[in-house]
Design a protein around this ligand. Structure first.
Ligand code: HEM
Length: 363
């Protein structure tokens, strides 16, 4: 009888499920959430806290954009080629950008990153979590607030960072395509994966490339994870949204929109142009490719066997229910065709008069 009682108690806490031959233990957390691994339960209070207090109640706004950028700037501090030459090449997605912020945030490529590092620090201190875990967790949770995004993976258990990353590992918008591809290849990414990672710039804005126009987005829909970024970067540049002449900036096709030189050149280089164009109006490919390349990025330098898969804590994003379009006033004639093998997809033009893209508001 006692044995039976114990069994039913266990059944409440842990249900066993056989899926594709593997036994998965589902744990019910104290707050009622169900996860595949009980070690993930501690993440739910952190999720609730950051959705409320960091992301303004679950928005895809400035802090989400900054938190996503931070996942990259922490992780890409990782260089096997430096290690091979006997120099420490950085610990990758280890939280060093926060732990050693006084060193890393002053790197030129990290302009403006100190804002989000400082905003995140109290959350890291309050919750019993490493900075490396927090940065990747906040990035994955943040992206889930953007309509059309994939549900990113999150692996849990990064140890504290041991040393700062060396400088010069983060790509700059004025770098050549050669330099960008070489740097990413060193960190383990193919040209296709680089293009997939740049889907991040669909939920992004710039404060510092042209400091006279903070919050200027890279596409017309910075709170949606859609393919407008890949459409709009392929259009002929005609204007500078602000002062112009800034390092790493080229002309954009729309008032209120800023274009990075690196996005412009990657969209037009023969090694990356067809992959770039392939994301236009292909939401499934956009989601899958971004999810896969972000999964690699988030564990750079980590031993994945030591991490616990807590992806089921990440909320499921809302789907996107709209097709890509040319912004009002622009058509197929404004496309600078760069992919030699496949024509640019046929898209409708937004109705109405030519508009200006609104800045991403600070919160
Ligand atoms: C060739 C590689 C890349 C270059 C040169 C680059 C460069 C930049 C620059 C210059 C900014 C504007 C910063 C500012 O002025 O405030 C920016 C913003 C951003 N980047 Fe990248 N980036 C690259 C790749 C990535 C990747 C791989 C990710 C993420 C996976 C990423 C995510 C973001 C996000 C989300 C923002 C917007 C931040 C905000 O709105 O506050 N970038 N990037």
């Amino acid at each position: 009888m006692a044995f039976k009682g114990l069994l039913s108690l266990l059944a409440v806490a842990v249900t066993l499920q056989v899926a594709k031959g593997a036994i998965i233990r589902k744990a019910v957390c104290p707050d009622g959430n169900t996860v595949n691994n009980a070690a993930c339960c501690v993440l739910f209070p952190i999720l609730e806290d950051i959705q409320e207090s960091l992301f303004d109640g679950g928005e895809c706004g400035e802090e989400v954009h900054e938190s996503l950028r931070l996942t990259f700037h922490d992780a890409i501090g990782f260089s096997p080629s430096l290690n091979a030459r006997g120099t420490f090449g950085g610990g990758g997605a280890d939280g060093s950008i926060s732990t050693f912020s006084e060193i890393e945030t002053v790197f030129h490529a990290n302009g403006g990153i100190d804002d989000i590092v400082e905003v995140q620090k109290p959350f890291v201190a309050k919750h019993n979590i490493s900075a490396g875990d927090f940065i990747q967790f906040a990035g994955a949770v943040g992206v889930s607030n953007c309509v059309g995004a994939p549900r990113l993976e999150f692996l849990f258990g990064r140890p504290p960072a041991v040393a700062p990353s060396p400088d010069k590992l983060i790509p700059e918008p004025f770098d050549t395509v050669d330099d960008i591809l070489v740097r990413f290849a060193d960190a383990g990414f193919s040209p296709e994966e680089v293009v997939a990672l740049l889907a991040s710039h669909t939920v992004a804005a710039s404060d510092h490339v042209d400091p006279s126009i903070p919050g200027t987005p890279f596409d017309s829909t910075p709170s949606k994870f859609d393919s407008q970024f890949f459409v709009e970067t392929q259009l002929r540049g005609t204007i500078f949204p602000g002062t112009g002449g800034n390092q790493g900036e080229v002309e954009s096709p729309l008032h209120g929109e800023i274009r990075l030189q690196s996005d412009h050149t990657l969209a037009r280089d023969s090694r990356t142009a067809c992959e770039w164009q392939s994301f236009v109006n292909n939401q499934a490919k956009l989601q899958n490719a971004f999810k896969a390349s972000m999964a690699k990025l988030a564990v750079l330098g980590q031993n994945v066997d030591d991490l616990v898969d807590c992806s089921d804590v990440i909320p499921i994003p809302k789907p996107l229910n709209e097709a890509a379009t040319f912004p009002a006033g622009l058509t197929h004639n404004d496309v600078e065709q760069a992919c030699a093998t496949t024509p640019f997809p046929t898209l409708a033009t937004d109705p109405g008069p030519v508009t200006s893209v609104a800045p991403v508001p600070p919160s």
